[in-house]
Design a protein around this ligand. Structure first.
Ligand SMILES: [Fe+2]
Length: 471
């Protein structure tokens, strides 16, 4: 029996290249235990039906069973720093208003005027009170009724029965999350033990240096899945293969979140030539990576990894001080991309990237992909960048502030509408749906297993071979 005949043993379904754990063995610094975690959780080998990407029925099920009950990142705390600051977050056909109140607390309400149902605030921004632009019904920042024009004409309206309807708002890592389900478990309990993955690199002490908002002609899950595996590097981003150990990445699935670790500075096994350390430096693509400014020649006696890690520490030292000396080569060089169910994707270490994906309005064939670059800073917090909207007919190349990521994202976005198109054709040849890899699609399989649980569809419970991390 070959390993392909034995899909119940994920350990046997690993690339034959050097593993991430073996790369860690060569690190010049002490490796934190969280990088030694490996989840041996078998997530299935079944095909996934295409309906959930292309059918209106699934979109309606998401509106009923997913979006109203899940924690969603609505904004950064830094976007509403002062009393009266508001942020409008829209998910499908629901508008949510996040408000910094007079006391400094953060509250969230359905963004609708209780009078005649107009959307209460059209835009984010500061306001002394929440006043409907239509007839002027007005609420305090904490949601209590403040003023009713022609008060005499509304005998049924009282302060005690006309407060804005509050929904849950809780924070993590400098992000504000909302949840419309009052019975939902608290955000921190939903996130479980995720803090261990971020405690060495606070996401709170960051500012939004770049924020792009790209409209895409594909389902939101097609879009986010283009960022949940490194497998597509071989065909979509071949230019980075000399320094990217694409299929040797590590994938882990935890309760409501998952992670992938992709190694930089080890060449892909798919190459027919052996890149030098200088070749690897030349294709370094991380946004803001100091290697780009230092030329591409690796000093004698160093590897691209050890040199790049050292340059990274030097660049961070003015900001986080001697704490940089605790960061290992992997933390400085590798890509750690996390996914919190259903649509929030913070990268780890000082990778700085965060994605959020959601449908474009009430449309299941269009979506919004947002990218935040969260930079650490020294001294006073810089103001957050304004969102840069990239319309359907623009591309990420129109956002040069993304640096080298603009080209990577451009390559990704070329696939997305073609996937959406092809998913309509696929059932004619293979009704069972898309065929994901067993291991490299761990994050995507983990998502779909949870998705099935939430929607109550295609129920095939994940077979959990071993929930306890090893190593
Ligand atoms: Fe990609």
């Amino acid at each position: 029996m070959t390993e392909l005949d034995d899909p119940k043993h994920p350990g046997g379904l690993r690339s034959r290249g050097i593993s991430y754990q073996e790369v860690l063995d060569t690190d010049t610094h002490e490796v934190p235990p969280v990088l030694r975690l490996q989840s041996d959780r078998y997530l299935g080998a079944h095909d996934v039906p295409v309906d959930r990407y292309i059918s209106r029925e699934y979109h309606e099920l998401e509106k009923e069973r997913l979006w109203p009950v899940t924690w969603q990142m609505a904004c950064r705390e830094e976007e509403i720093p002062n009393p009266g600051d508001t942020h409008v977050y829209e998910i499908v056909n629901t508008s949510i208003l996040v408000v910094r109140t007079e006391t400094g607390a953060i509250k969230a309400f359905y963004n609708v005027c209780l009078h005649q149902g107009r959307i209460l605030r059209d835009h984010s921004g500061n306001t002394p009170e929440l006043r409907c632009p239509y007839h002027g019904f007005c609420w305090q920042l904490d949601g209590t009724l403040k003023r009713v024009p022609s008060r005499w004409d509304y005998p049924t309206v009282r302060r005690d029965n006309f407060s804005l309807k509050e929904i849950r708002a809780e924070t993590w890592g400098g992000f504000v999350f909302i949840n419309m389900d009052h019975g939902a478990q608290p955000l921190t309990s939903f996130l479980g033990d995720i803090d261990q993955h971020f405690e060495r690199y606070s996401l709170t002490d960051r500012y939004i240096a770049v924020h792009t908002v790209k409209y895409l002609r594909c389902n939101w899950k097609v879009a986010q899945e283009a960022f949940m595996e490194g497998y597509h590097t071989i065909a979509t981003h071949p230019q980075i293969l000399p320094a990217t150990a694409d299929e040797m990445g590590q994938y882990d699935a935890f309760e409501h979140y998952s992670r992938a670790i992709n190694v930089t500075g080890v060449a892909s096994t798919s190459l027919s030539w052996t890149p030098s350390e200088d070749d690897m430096a030349a294709v370094s693509f991380n946004s803001g990576n100091p290697i780009e400014e230092s030329g591409s020649l690796v000093p004698e006696g160093m590897t691209f990894r050890t040199w790049g890690a050292q340059l990274g520490r030097n660049a961070l030292r003015p900001i986080i001080g001697d704490a940089v000396d605790k960061l290992c080569d992997s933390e400085m060089m590798d890509a750690f991309f996390y996914t919190v169910f259903p649509n929030f994707h913070p990268w780890g270490s000082y990778n700085r990237i965060v994605y959020r994906f959601r449908p474009y309005g009430d449309n299941h064939k269009q979506s919004i992909m947002e990218t935040y670059i969260l930079q650490p800073f020294a001294g006073e917090r810089p103001p957050p960048a304004e969102p840069h909207i990239l319309g359907f007919d623009e591309t990420h190349l129109d956002a040069p502030e993304l640096g080298a990521l603009a080209e990577i994202f451009y390559q990704d976005e070329l696939n997305m509408p073609r996937v959406q198109q092809g998913l309509h054709v696929l059932p004619r040849t293979k009704p069972s749906g898309v065929t994901f890899g067993v291991y490299q699609y761990s994050k995507i399989r983990h998502f779909h297993n949870l998705y099935e649980e939430y929607l109550g569809v295609g129920k095939e419970a994940p077979k959990r071979m071993n929930d306890s991390p090893s190593g």
